[in-house]
Ligand binder design. Structure first.
Ligand SMILES: Cc1cc2nc3c(=O)[nH]c(=O)nc-3n(C[C@H](O)[C@H](O)[C@H](O)COP(=O)(O)OP(=O)(O)OC[C@H]3O[C@@H](n4cnc5c(N)ncnc54)[C@H](O)[C@@H]3O)c2cc1C
Length: 260
């Protein structure tokens, strides 16, 4: 495990902060790290920034993320990884569909794809405009952006999956990358199938080892940590666990909460 000092903390919204630390390792867009919060827990986090300085973007939902939010610049965290299979960035024209904190895991793919000369359209969705993440960073990267908010406080009023459907009806894309609530990703996969476009999805489940040994993140015969977290949409679509169940720390299957 690497011990890293938190160099910078950026408050992104009322429940989300980004933490930047010196990397010293290579990571691919879509990979994740196990973050050890001293005295608390180790939790999986997608890398929201990849490079000399690495970043993670943490939505406060429970005990570990609450403790992470309480950390100050200069304090230390442990980093294990990077782990898992990231996004295959292929094709000339990409549609990136992000729901909520999902944009965090997608951001390095957006930046890499633009740097590689690809045409990138991003659709970001959030409950309200105050919860939108990284809109400015997407613009700065040189990607096109469309915004959807559930309450209509900015951009398209409604689900980002509906906005994605509109974009897919108006333009031809070679690939779709998506991360967010599974109900949203399920719709995006369906739109991709209708337009015969490959969709890659990034999934989240409770994790313990992060390296495929413990089985905590088992998902219908797949291990999210080792076989994913990025999968081909068609590989997970229709699986019994997709958009239906997660596992608690004891391994018990429980209905997936719609808002995480
Ligand atoms: C590969 C991967 C990448 C991730 N990337 C990010 C990221 O970039 N930013 C971010 O904020 N979070 C990310 N997460 C989710 C993050 O790991 C969890 O939110 C965190 O572990 C919750 O810990 P906690 O102790 O604060 O909350 P807990 O007390 O453990 O949980 C709070 C609530 O969230 C539910 N929950 C916790 N984890 C998950 C999960 N993985 N899926 C569904 N429900 C869950 C719990 O059941 C509970 O209802 C990622 C998870 C994975 C597997």
């Amino acid at each position: 495990m690497l011990v890293r000092k938190i160099e910078t903390i950026v408050v992104e919204s009322h429940h989300t902060k980004s933490f930047y630390f010196k990397g010293g390792f290579h990571a691919d867009p879509g990979q994740f790290v196990m973050v050890w919060i001293p005295g608390v827990d180790e939790i999986p986090m997608g890398l929201s920034t990849i490079g000399e300085n690495m970043g993670i973007t943490v939505h406060r939902v429970g005990e570990a993320t609450e403790k992470m939010h309480a950390l100050k610049e200069g304090e230390k965290i442990g980093i294990r990884g990077p782990y898992g299979k990231g996004f295959d960035i292929l094709g000339r024209k990409l549609l990136v569909v992000a729901g909520g904190t999902g944009i965090a895991s997608l951001m390095p793919a957006v930046e890499t794809a633009v740097e590689q000369g690809r045409d990138v359209q991003v659709a970001i969705g959030a409950l309200t405009k105050d919860e939108l993440l990284f809109a400015e960073r997407v613009r700065k990267a040189g990607a096109k952006i469309e915004i959807a908010t559930d309450d209509g406080s900015e951009g398209f009023e409604g689900f980002v999956s509906n906005l994605a459907e509109e974009l897919l009806s108006n333009e031809n894309y070679d690939q779709i990358l998506t991360c967010g609530p599974e109900a949203m990703m399920k719709k995006v996969i369906e739109h991709g199938m209708n337009h015969k476009i490959r969709t890659q999805v990034s999934l989240e489940r409770f994790m313990r080892c992060g390296i495929g040994v413990c089985g905590s993140c088992a998902f219908d015969g797949l291990r999210i940590c080792r076989d994913g977290p990025v999968f081909d949409g068609e590989e997970v679509y229709g699986k019994g666990d997709f958009d239906t169940y997660r596992r608690d720390p004891s391994g018990k299957r429980i209905p997936l909460l719609p808002d995480v």
